[in-house]
Design a protein around this ligand. Structure first.
Ligand code: SF4
Ligand code: SF4
Length: 100
């Protein structure tokens, strides 16, 4: 019986911290510094919310693009994956917040 209570406490802890983190960072959104992007796709593989995708720039080079900013929780996971300093967090504009 004790193991059930412990499991419930652990699961509740992770759900609550996840919800709090999600809520706390809704004022920020990821931004791509295109000139630094090497097109490695590491950020796209890491983002569980499918916020980023690859697009070709005017030179035909692949670069990350913020396709779905409303889904970005500003968790920072993609930023930790980027070895080229091509991702950063920006404060959302009022218009962007209104779309959440
Ligand atoms: S991880 Fe960085 S360099 Fe790689 S595609 Fe994403 S933004 Fe570009
Ligand atoms: S900050 Fe988090 S949610 Fe936003 S694009 Fe990066 S990994 Fe996805």
């Amino acid at each position: 019986m004790n193991i059930i209570y412990i499991s419930l406490i652990v699961v509740s802890f992770f759900v609550l911290t996840s919800l709090l983190r999600h809520k706390r960072r809704r004022d920020k959104v990821v931004n791509v510094v295109e000139s630094n992007c090497a097109g490695c796709k590491a950020c796209i593989r890491r983002c569980r919310y499918k916020v980023l995708e690859m697009v070709a720039n005017e030179n035909g080079e692949q670069a990350a693009f913020v396709k779905n900013p409303a889904s970005c929780t500003a968790c920072g996971d993609c930023i930790k994956q980027c070895k080229f300093n091509a991702l950063e967090l920006h404060t959302r504009t009022q218009e962007s917040r209104n779309k959440l």
